[in-house]
Design a protein around this ligand. Structure first.
Ligand code: NAD
Length: 501
């Protein structure tokens, strides 16, 4: 049985008291326990981060970049180890876990360019013999609170940029799959990061609340469900912190009649069922514009029938289990609800055979196979609510306008995609849709690290997206210096407001 504890000041430490079980979702068995931080544990991490800040903020940009380069190489070498830890606790298949590690490494690579990213502006002679320049400085101790579905990538959206900017960081990972955070911490240490710059506190609401209230935490990045994102944003800002809080999602794929339906079906199945639908950028609704619905659904059903569902560590598995039993049951409850609301069940994931693993695991793992609901009514809960599992809804619409209206009146605005061969329609969509990340014939338009990731509406509280230049802005504050070096011609007292001379 593994025991997952905290990482404070460059070493693993245990706190007092509460723990929570960690499961292997593919077998339903308990594989270990994670500590749940008490207020004092969080305080110890904040103290360590605070003590490390002055030296780290003064470490040269080149030194910071060199550590980031070494960290990047270590992550690269440990891709498989990280993916194995993720798969064992989250349930996603190994190849998918490798994908999230790769997308996390991209952010580290972006952060390696910090000497360029922190270049300020300089204007000579803004007034006679007066120069002006802008600099961006770190905030101090910053925290990241992250969800279960990307235990490596989402933390890596945050801390490479925060640390490169000169901040010290406290990560509060999801208590459901906490192990990746400790391997990451060890790799930072091997890379030469000074103790206290990167810390991990495991925990639940107690740890989150302490981070939100602690007077020495300057900023909080959060990714998770919308109700908690809203709570984190409101509580953190009420305590004077800078907060970016990314929430839930319900992502639509709008399919116009001129689209290549084989490409659409491949994309809908990949984006709907990859990671068992537990992705904030998963496609959960296909809006099929008349008359493509029947043909598209039959192509989707054909592909779903060929998917292999099984344990994440089996090379043949394409889709693994859900993260917990409670979550699986909640997701599965939407199948009955959808039928009650008038949808037609065309693939029932409750009947999907599980391939690989022991017979016991096949019955006690947190399984739910890919499910397709057709003719889902637009005003149904199945269409409107985030399900976060392997249920793909097909909503039939008469026109582009009707589809767009359904997307724009939804609560969320994280990701969306249009499939069409009409460049004009695609351009109109990118202009009119009220969503933060848009794909054109691309089903999961997750921006590269040098752009910024974030949704609109209930998918993001705050005004900066993560990583890219917005990430650099979030983790720094601007300062403008106006400077004059005395020369013999200075002109005496002047009580007027400074103006250009
Ligand atoms: P969650 O909101 O339950 O948990 C997220 C974090 O908040 C965890 O660290 C958890 O310990 C903490 N937390 C949970 N309840 C809390 C409470 N009452 N008070 C304080 N802290 C609390 O989310 P999850 O189930 O881990 O992750 C899935 C959700 O995350 C989905 O809604 C998904 O859409 C969303 N998500 C969004 C993005 C995005 O970029 N917008 C990315 C990934 C996941």
């Amino acid at each position: 049985m593994k025991h997952v504890n905290h990482w404070i000041n460059g070493t693993r430490v245990s706190g007092g008291g509460r723990t929570s079980e960690i499961f292997n979702p593919a077998t339903g068995e308990v594989s270990g326990a994670v500590e749940l931080a008490a207020v004092e544990d969080v305080d110890a991490a904040v103290e360590a981060a605070k003590a490390a800040f002055p030296a780290w903020r003064d470490a040269s940009l080149v030194k910071r970049a060199q550590i980031l380069f070494r960290f990047r190489e270590l992550l690269d070498r440990h891709r498989d180890d990280l993916a194995a830890l993720i798969s064992a606790e989250h349930g996603k298949v190994h190849s998918d876990a490798l994908g999230e590690v790769a997308r996390g490494i991209e952010v580290v690579e972006f952060a390696c360019g910090i000497p360029h990213l922190l270049k300020g502006g300089f204007s000579e002679s803004v007034s006679t013999r007066v120069d002006s320049y802008s600099i961006r400085q770190p905030l101090g101790v910053v925290a990241g609170i992250t969800p279960f579905n990307f235990p490596a990538m989402v933390p890596m959206w945050m801390f490479p940029v925060a640390i490169a900017c000169g901040n010290t960081f406290i990560l509060k990972p999801s208590e459901r799959d906490p192990s990746a955070s400790l391997l990451i911490a060890e790799l930072w240490k091997q890379a030469g990061l000074p103790d206290g710059v990167f810390n991990v506190v495991q925990g639940d609401k107690v740890a989150v609340d302490r981070l939100l209230e602690h007077p020495s935490v300057a900023a909080v990045s959060f990714v998770g469900s919308t109700p908690i994102a809203r709570y984190v944003y409101e509580t953190g800002t009420a305590h004077g912190k800078r907060v970016q809080a990314l929430g839930g999602a319900k992502n639509h794929m709008l399919v116009l009649p001129d689209a290549d339906l084989d490409l659409v079906a491949d994309s809908a199945v990949s984006a709907g069922f990859g990671s068992a639908g537990e992705r904030c950028m998963a496609i959960s609704v296909v809006l099929a514009v008349d008359p493509v619905g029947d043909e598209l659904v039959s192509k989707i059903v054909e592909r779903v029938g060929k998917l292999t569902v099984g344990p994440g560590d089996q090379p043949t598995s394409e889709m693994g289990p859900l993260v917990t039993e409670v979550h699986r049951d909640k997701v599965a409850s939407y199948i009955d609800l959808g039928q009650e609301e008038g949808a037609k069940l065309v693939v029932d994931g409750r009947e999907t055979p599980i391939q690989g693993g022991t017979t016991a695991a096949q019955t006690s793992g947190f399984w739910l196979g890919p499910t397709v609901l057709d003719h889902v009514p637009a005003n149904s809960r199945v269409h409107r609510e985030e399900i976060f599992g392997p249920i793909l809804s097909i909503v039939r619409v008469k026109s582009y306008e009707e589809g767009l209206e359904l997307i724009n009146t939804g609560e969320y605005g994280n990701g969306t995609a249009i499939f069409t061969n009409d460049g004009g329609a695609a351009r109109r969509f990118q202009n009119e849709v009220e969503v933060g990340m848009v794909g054109i014939n691309v089903p999961i338009p997750v921006p590269m690290a040098f752009y910024s990731f974030g949704g609109w509406k209930a998918s993001l509280f705050g005004d900066t997206h993560v990583h890219g230049t917005e990430g650099v802005h979030f983790y720094t504050r601007g300062k403008v210096v106006t400077s004059r070096w005395l020369d013999p011609s200075h002109g005496g007292v002047n009580l007027g407001f400074p103006t250009n001379k």
